[in-house]
Design a protein around this ligand. Sequence first.
Ligand code: ATP
Length: 950
Amino acid sequence: MQQTDYESMGAVPEKPIESLSVADVYVALKTSGQGLSSDEAAARLAHYGENSIQKKKGKPLIWKFLANFTHLMAILLWIGGVVALVAQLPQLAIAIWLVNLINGLFSFWQEFQAEKAVEALGQLLPTYARVIRDGKEVKILAEELVPGDLIILAEGDRISADSRLVEDNDFRADQSILTGESHPAHKTRDVGHRTDLGRAEQPNLIFAGTNAASGACKAVVFATGMTTEFGKIADLTQNMVEVPSPLQIEMGRITRLVSAMAISMGVIFFVLAVLLAHVNVTESFIFAMGMIVAFIPEGLLPTVTLSLAMGVKRMAKRNALIKRLSAVETLGCTTVICTDKTGTLTQNEMTVSDCWMVNQQMKVTGVGYAPEGEMLSGDVPISLAENSDMRTLLVAASFCNNSRLLPPSPEINHWNILGDPTEAALVVAARKGKIDLDQELKFSPRLRELPFESQRKRMTTIHKVAGDRSGLEKLAYIKGAPKEVLDLCSHYLNDGEAVAMDGEIRKKIMAANDDYARKGLRVLAVAMRRLTMDMGLPERLSDYTPELIENNMTFLGLTVMADPPRVEVAAAVKKCHQAGIKIIMITGDYGLTAESIARRIGIIHGAQPRIVTGVELDEINDTDLKKALSEEIIFARVAPEQKLRVVSALQEMGNVVAVTGDGVNDSPALKKADIGIAMGISGTDVAKEAADMILTDDNFASIVNAVEEGRGVYNNIRKFATYILNSNVPEAVPFIVFLFAKGQIPLPLTVMQILAVDLGTDMIPAIALGVELPEEGVMQRPPRSRKEHLLNRPLLIRAFLFYGIMEGAIAMSAFFFLYWQNGWPGVPMADSGEIYRMATTMTLGAIVVTQIGIVFNCRTERASVFKVGLFSNHMILIGIVCELTVFSILVYTPFLHAIFNTAPIGLIEWAYLFMWVPIVILIDELRKAFLRYWDRRRLQKKTEVMKGES
Ligand code: ATP
C-alpha cells in the first residue's frame, strides 16, 4: 500500500494519526499552532510535489484524428471513391477522397481548437485554501498545500487535502463523495481511533475532495495530492465532463438528415439523367456522386462546437466562466433571471453610516474600508470613551465577527478585508470609534461560535468575561436580521442598565428599522446576554446550541449600512427588460430594503409590487405562487433552500431559468435551474461546483453580457448554417436546367467544379462567420423558444429560396452571358470546346463571387452590414482571399483545365462577375431594412400597450 505523506515523515509511524493528541499531531508533522514558515512550506512543496490529482489521460490524439475519417459519412465517401475507381474514373475518385481528407483534417483542427478552449477553462477555476503560515492567515492556491500546513475551514469551503482536526466549532463535513453518506458527518478534534469505523468515518479526520457543510475548524494537513484518499480513487476529479449539448445533438441529426437527402437526390438525379436527358450511365454516375458530395454538410458539426467554444472564451473575458459548452446555448434562451441582492446587484462594499439605540443615535462618517471617519451626534463629534452604550454596541458587533481588516500593503495599496463585507464594515466602524479590538479580545477571548446560518439569519459568539478568573460567567453576543434578533430579546440597554422590553419599545425599534430600510439601507441588530452558572447550561461549550443560548437577550442597537447598487446594474436591467427577460430578486434581506434597491435599479416599476417573505412562501400553494410569479414580485427574507421552489414553479410555467447563489444551501436551486450561476468571489466551493457558470466579478451585469454572448453564438451558428446550405441551390440549378433542356443546353457546371466550390469557397468563410461578435439589437428581441429548431422555416427560406435562387439565377446568367457574347442565340450552344469551358468557368465564377456577397450578408441577421463595418471581421477577408486564389488557380493553371473543365476568361467577364457582389449585398440590405422597420413597429406597439396598462 502507498504510504501517506504523514507516514513517510516517519515521526510516529506506528500510530495512526487519529489516535494522537493535538500536541502529538504537531510534533508528528513538525508543525505548530503558528503553522509552517514560508521557507519550510516551500521546501516541503519541492519534496512532496503539488497537491493535485494527476488527470486521467483522455483518448490518444491519434484516435481522435482517425475518428474524423471513419464516421459513417466519411466511410460512404471512401466507398464512393472506390466505386469511381472501379468505374475507371480516377479523377473523380481522387477528388472525392480529397474532399474527404480535407474535411477530416478541417474537422479535426476545429475539434482540437474547441478542446483546447475547454481545457483552458479548467485552469480558470482555481481553488484556494486558507492557511496559517508564519503565524498569519493567508490565502494560497490549493495546489500549494503541503503536509504540516494548518488550514482554516468554514461552511462551504472545499477541503483540499487530508487533514486532522486541531480545533472545531460545530464542524460538519459533507463526505458523500467518499462514503456515499449524504448526511454531513460531525467532526471533532477529540483523540480516538475508532476501530469499528472506516478511515473516512474517523471523527477527527477530514478528506480532500469533500466539503465543509457547516461550522468551522482548523486542521493540520497530513496527506496531499495522489496520497490522499481522494487521490487513490483518482478519476473522481474529472469534473469537466462534456456531454453533447442539445444543439450538438440537433446538428448531428440535421447532418444525418441532410446526408440522407443528398444520397436520395443523387439517386433521383442519376435516374433522371439516364431516363430523361439520355446521358450515358458513366456521366450520370459522376454527376450523382458530385451531388452527394456537394450536399453532405460535413463541416457543420465541428463548426458548431468551435463557435460554442469561442463563445465560452469570449464570455470568460467578460467575467463569466462557463463550465459546460451546452450552457452557452441555454443562456441564449433564458427567460427569467432569479438574482440575489447583496454583492450581485449591490457593491457589497459596506460602510456603516448610522448606529441606532433606543435612547440615542449617531452617524458615522467616511466611506470604504479605511478606518478614517468620525462619530457624530447631530453635527457634534462624540467620543466612545464617554459613551459606554455605543461602545458596547460596537464592541459586540466586532466580537460577533469573523472578518479581518488589512492595512495597505505593497501588493494592495488600499485598506482591504478578509471575510464577509457586512462584518468588515462593523470592524471598520469600531476602529473609527478608536476601539482597540485586539486588546479587548485579549481580555475577553472568544470561547465558542454558533456560526451564521442563512436560515437563522444570525450568529452568536461566546466570550470570557474580562477579569473573571472563576470562568463561571460568560457573555454571548448576537448579531443578525433585526426581526429575528428582536424576537429573542427580553430587555434593552439603556444607560448601562438592562431594562425590560415592552411592546412600545419593540414598535419603536421596528419603526426605526423600517425607516432605514425604506432608504435602501441594510440593517443588522446586535444584542448580548450574560450567561451564568445558575442557568443550567451544559458543562461543555461544544454542547451549547442556538436554542439554549439565543434567548432572553438584551437588545443593544441597530447598525445601519449603506450598500449602494453597482453602477452598471441599472443599464443591465434595462437591457434585460428590452430582451424580454424577467428579473426576480430573491434575497435574505428585509423587504423594504430589497424594494428600495429594486426600484432604484429599475427591476420594479409598479406602485405596489408583491413582496413575498420566506414565511409567506411556505404557506402559499403552487397555483397561487405561479399566479404571483407572473406579476412584479420580490422574495425577501427567504432562506436559500426556498429558492428551489421558486425555480421549479418558474420552470413548470415554461421558463428557462437562470439562478444566482453563493452558499451551500443554494446548491439545490443552482442544480435545478437551467443555468446555475455561482459567485466567483463570495461564493462557496459547493455553490461553484453545483453551478453551470461562475461570475468572476459577482456582478449581475456579467450575467446579462453572458446572455448576450449566448444569443450571439446561437445566431452565428445560424449564420454559417445559412451560408453552407445556400450554395447547394446554385450547384443543383445548372443540372436541373440541363435536364429540362433535353440536350439543348450543355451542362453549365461540372461535377469537378461543384467539388471545387465545396473545397474552395465553403470552408474558411464559414468558420469566419462562427466567430462574429453578437449583433447590435440581439438584446432587443424576445428570447428564443427552446423548442425552436435551429433550421427553422425563416432560415431555410432565406438560405434556399432567397440566397439560393438568387445565386442560381446569377450563376446561370453568367453562363448565358458568355455564350451571348459569342453570338448566341444566333449560334447554338455546344458542349465542348474553348467557349463551353469558358462558359462553365463563368458559372463557377459567379457562384464564387456571389458567395462573397452572401458571406457579408450572412454576417448580420437584421442589422445593416455597413453599420457593423463591412471589413470588421478579418477572418472573412482571409476567407475571401482564399476563395479567389483557388478560383484563379483553376482558371489560370493549364493542367487543371482538363480536370475542372475551365478556361481563362477575359476582363469583361471578370467585370461581369464582380458587378454582382455589390448587387447581392444591396438587395439583402433592402430585405434587412424592411425587417428592422417591422421590428420597430412591433416594439412601438408593445410599448404603447405597456403604457396603456400602467
Ligand atoms: P442576498 O441578497 O445575497 O440574499 P443577504 O446577505 O441579505 O443577501 P443572507 O446571506 O441569506 O442574505 O443573509 C440573510 C440575513 O442575515 C441578512 O439579510 C442579514 O440580516 C443577516 N446577515 C447577513 N450576514 C450576516 C452576518 N455575517 N452576521 C449576522 N447576520 C447576517
